[in-house]
Design a protein around this ligand. Sequence first.
Ligand SMILES: Nc1ncnc2c1ncn2[C@@H]1O[C@H](COP(=O)(O)OP(=O)(O)OP(=O)(O)O)[C@@H](O)[C@H]1O
Ligand SMILES: [Mg+2]
Length: 275
Amino acid sequence: MPEIMERSSRGRTTPRGRIAPIVAVGSGKGGVGKTWLSISLAHAFAAAGKRVLLVDGDLGLANIDVQLGLNPESDLSAVMAGWIELDDAVSKVANGAGAGGFDVLPGRSGSAALAELPMEETARLAAGIAALSLRYDHVLIDLGAGIEPNVMRLARAADRVVAVVNDEPTSLADCYAFIKQFRLYRPDSTPWAAVNMADNRASGRRTHEALSKACQSFLGFRPPLAGIVNRDPLVRDAIRAQVPLSIRHPRAPAWMDVKAMADALLEGVSMPDDR
Ligand SMILES: Nc1ncnc2c1ncn2[C@@H]1O[C@H](COP(=O)(O)OP(=O)(O)OP(=O)(O)O)[C@@H](O)[C@H]1O
Ligand SMILES: [Mg+2]
């Protein structure tokens, strides 16, 4: 079977199946769990001993800092205004248990300047993230909802795009639209899918199958499955407490699911269709 290649942000080619240093998490539709999943994957990568940078790529409505309960001294709005360098906007996040922390590049919620960033500035930010990524094992970019050019521009900074989807028809439609739009920019890429808020594993499988059927029919490929995260009331409890799920509820089913997804992404091996 010929190896499927993805073009990386640094001009190399990355075979599908090998680890991707920069992962962008998108979805098209809002509210499907991109931010929570990005943060949780950052915790899981860090717990696996990786040096991790988490970037708030939701430029207009950033909320990584809010979910993490951070009060950062600086953020991307100061970088884009030219007041500080990208490096200076990086904050450290401890995991609450003394180990496994990671770095975060926070945004600023409600910043009109970031929401309306001109395309060339977004391209500059994408290049800055690619340069910063050399200091880390993994970089996660939490993208904003939608399929606007700025969202796509940041997605293109990644070696791998993971599209989050749930079983609602609107999520499936918007996730397909996101993947289709991304492939206009990167026809040779293979975005992965991540099912969130599944009622159970079988229903998560069905969601992936529905998305895959649409992608296969109209785009000619099936998005590999990064994993399935079940709907878990403990997620909401941890977000409200602004404490990582892994700390507040270390045995939470959703945390187990995220750890399995992190392993799949770290190893570059998607979930087989029959598991
Ligand atoms: N696996 C899950 N189980 C239960 N609730 C979840 C799960 N994942 C996410 N949620 C809930 O969904 C809400 C929205 O999540 P999140 O803010 O991460 O979505 P988003 O896709 O980043 O939204 P936006 O597009 O607005 O940025 C969370 O506040 C949380 O309550
Ligand atoms: Mg979000």
